[in-house]
Design a protein around this ligand. Structure first.
Ligand code: KG4
Ligand code: ZN
Length: 332
């Protein structure tokens, strides 16, 4: 362990309390994820105050569990990494406070990490990132296309102008009376149906790499109001088709525009089977490399934070104990 960089990462930006130990940014020794999903399910979405309280209750235990599973003692740690933002500020604060306390007590560096940088670096845990690359980040809170020329160099070239894609999945699922989170339910139904109902696609211009999903969501709402009886499977398939048409097209448009060969995907919506198969197909067709991490690394986890932090550690981008959580932290 002596000549290795052992980073303990903490992630509490939303409804997962996660702590992980990662060596040299690529070898995961432990990645403990304590999900609060069942608690929030009753409310049909994440309740910020409930999330913060649950993080407070869990964080110390999860830190201990991550160290035990990794078979690492605190004095073997090189640094503490933590998600600084974006996210729910009350939830982020719990992770930041825990990270500061640990770094102070152990007299080791404290490394703040942007949540989206973390999502992208989940791919580095699968295969080392190759540059330049395009990262498609699709989650409950984000829909972004990021261009990276090298490690830690992020350029946001596309973003959503309204709802995030996962949010759109969840809202449409709610309109269809499916349980929260609705993404996986839409995915399952869509696989059994066909895109028989015409729904709009927001292209936002020929060159644009931005996204918009609120019009599509309203169209589904109108459709449900106007049609007392409809096929759930076909509506799910029609909605998913409209979303994926735009996402896949714009991702490959971005690669074309920037002359990029490598594509990485991140975020909870990367679990979508339709998205995965379409991206694989298109990447093969266009001769591009594609990496989609396994599910547990696509959704929120601390291993991705500890991996990204390794490159900040090398770049000496360390914080002091004044570090604060920032709900709308910009990536660049
Ligand atoms: O990355 P994530 O776990 O949390 C955020 O940082 O937001 O993403 C959660 C989102 C939810 O909106 C959920 O509905 C969506 O990912 N999701 C899916 C699927 N699995 C999860 N959306 C579509 N198809 C899926 N199979
Ligand atoms: Zn996330």
């Amino acid at each position: 362990m002596k000549d290795k960089t052992v980073i303990l990462g903490i992630e509490t930006s939303c409804d997962e309390t996660s702590v992980s130990v990662v060596v040299n940014g690529e070898k995961v020794l432990s990645n403990v994820i304590s999900s609060q999903m069942e608690i929030h399910q009753a409310f049909g979405g994440v309740v910020p105050e409930v999330a913060s309280r649950r993080h407070v209750e869990r964080i110390t235990l999860i830190i201990e569990q991550a160290l035990t599973e990794a078979n690492v003692t605190k004095d073997q740690l090189s640094a503490i990494a933590v998600t600084q933002g974006p996210g729910l500020v009350g939830a982020l604060l719990i992770g930041v406070a825990a990270a500061k306390a640990l770094a102070f007590a152990l007299r080791i560096p404290l490394i703040p990490v942007h949540h989206i940088a973390g999502h992208i670096y989940a791919n580095h845990l699968v295969t080392p990132l190759r540059f330049p690359l395009i990262a498609l980040v699709v989650s409950g809170g984000h829909t972004e296309l990021i261009y990276m020329e090298d490690h830690m160099r992020f350029e946001r070239i596309g973003r959503t102008r309204d709802d995030a894609v996962g949010e759109a999945f969840d809202k449409v699922a709610r309109l269809m009376n499916l349980p929260y989170p609705g993404g996986p339910h839409i995915d399952r139904l869509a696989a059994q149906g066909s895109p028989a109902y015409p729904l709009p696609r927001a292209w936002l211009g020929k060159e644009s790499l931005d996204f918009s999903f609120s019009g599509l969501k309203s169209a589904v709402m109108q459709f449900i109001k106007q049609n007392e009886r409809y096929s759930e499977k076909n509506l799910a398939a029609s909605f998913q088709d409209a979303v994926l048409d735009v996402i896949v097209e714009k991702t490959f448009r971005a690669m074309e525009q920037r002359g990029v060969e490598h594509l990485v995907v991140a975020g909870g919506v990367a679990a979508n089977s339709g998205l995965r198969s379409r991206l694989h197909h298109r990447a093969k067709q266009n001769n591009r490399t594609l990496c989609i991490p396994p599910l547990e690394l696509c959704t929120d986890n601390a291993a991705m934070i500890a991996s990204a932090a390794y490159f900040f550690y090398d770049a000496e981008k360390k914080a002091d104990l004044e570090l604060n959580a920032v709900a709308n932290l910009p990536l660049v």
